[in-house]
Design a protein around this ligand. Structure first.
Ligand code: CP
Ligand code: NVA
Length: 331
């Protein structure tokens, strides 16, 4: 039912279609665990273009494609002419004539949209400055694996409320009927037009969207508390400003006392939870920080599901590639 479609942002799909992708991901995870072959993209060729670095997304696309029987070609920005000697439009036409699907991770949402417009094959957004849609299928899959349902649950996102992950979470939650509270200082609340868009979806789905400066209040009765890095890729110059703005928004064990008894911690990763690494020495000396967006205690707690979430990137990207390339999953 999703054959030939792009996944550039969450609003490309209806609630029913997003749910279908989540359920298909859960099914594919079972097949993988039972070692049952699912080579739905046999003889296909997948193109991966990365303008920014990645651990999970690149690995997930590569392993998922391999399990599905497809080949993968990876392009970092020093490998490809795009955006340098050649326009995004021309690159899209060329890549689309050879490959059966294209993943793009980069800065501008307009670039992935241009690829999607001209490639003629499915284009998947592997993260831009605005959205991280493939991450959403893994995240809501992880919540569904925990609770067996999504509608009516309370999700909290604490931290930079204007970044790609926050934007995507707010929109996806609104579409799927999951209540979401964004806990952030006012200046890092999501952009007004995006909140309006989310509210329009929420009216349909029954979700409640809240913007909260008080993180404690935001976490009351939460079923999942989610955070992301305070400084996203490409924003390194904002380090000091962000740390000062977000110091009070670290996810700590005390917040889980406000939350539902079964509440889980989520993080898309990578995380700054323990600054004892070489990078950490820099943060520690420069900013006096031991931990950033999440305490090490929470990160290592039994209710922390970030590694399940990371594994789910692979199962969900497999579902996204298979579904948009014509495989029909019958639940
Ligand atoms: N969560 C995520 O997208 O991780 P990577 O940046 O490692 O791909
Ligand atoms: N907001 C983060 C997400 C990383 C997966 C970033 O853009 O760097």
């Amino acid at each position: 039912m999703l054959q030939g479609q792009n996944f550039l942002k969450e609003t490309d799909f209806t609630a029913e279609e997003l749910t279908y992708l989540i359920d298909f991901s859960i099914h594919l995870k079972e097949l993988k665990k039972k070692n049952i072959p699912h080579r739905y993209l046999e003889r296909q060729n997948i193109c991966l273009i990365f303008e920014k670095t990645s651990t999970r997304t690149r690995s997930a696309f590569s392993v998922a494609a391999s399990d599905l029987g497809a080949s993968v070609e990876y392009f970092g920005m020093t490998d490809i002419q795009m955006g340098n000697k050649e326009s995004v439009e021309d690159t899209a036409i060329v890549m689309g004539s050879m490959f059966d699907g294209i993943e793009f991770r980069g800065f501008k949402q307009t670039d992935v949209e241009t690829l999607g417009k001209y490639a003629g094959v499915p284009v998947w957004n592997g993260l831009t400055d605005e959205f991280h849609p493939t991450q959403m299928i893994a995240d809501f899959m992880t919540i569904k694996e925990t609770y067996g349902r999504l509608e009516g649950l309370n999700l909290v996102y604490a931290g930079d409320g204007r970044n790609n992950v926050a934007n995507s979470l707010m929109i996806t939650a609104a579409i799927l009927g999951v209540n979401i509270a964004i806990a952030a200082p006012k200046e890092l609340f999501p952009a007004e037009d995006l909140v309006k868009q989310a509210q329009a979806y929420a009216e349909e789905s029954g979700a409640v969207i809240r913007l909260e400066e008080d993180i404690q209040k935001a976490c009351q009765n939460a079923h999942a508390i989610y955070t992301d890095v305070w400084i996203s890729m490409g924003e390194e110059d904002l380090m000091e400003e962000r740390i000062n703005q977000l110091k009070g928004y670290q996810v700590t064990a005390e917040l889980f006392e406000e939350a539902d008894d079964q509440a889980i911690f989520l993080h898309c990763l990578p995380a700054y939870h323990d600054l004892k690494t070489s990078n950490g020495v820099y943060f520690k000396e420069e900013f006096g920080l031991e931990e950033m967006e999440v305490s090490d205690e929470v990160f290592r707690a039994p209710y922390a599901k970030q590694f399940q979430q990371a594994e789910n990137r692979m199962h969900s990207i497999k579902a996204i590639m298979a579904a948009t390339n014509g495989h029909l999953f019958v639940p």
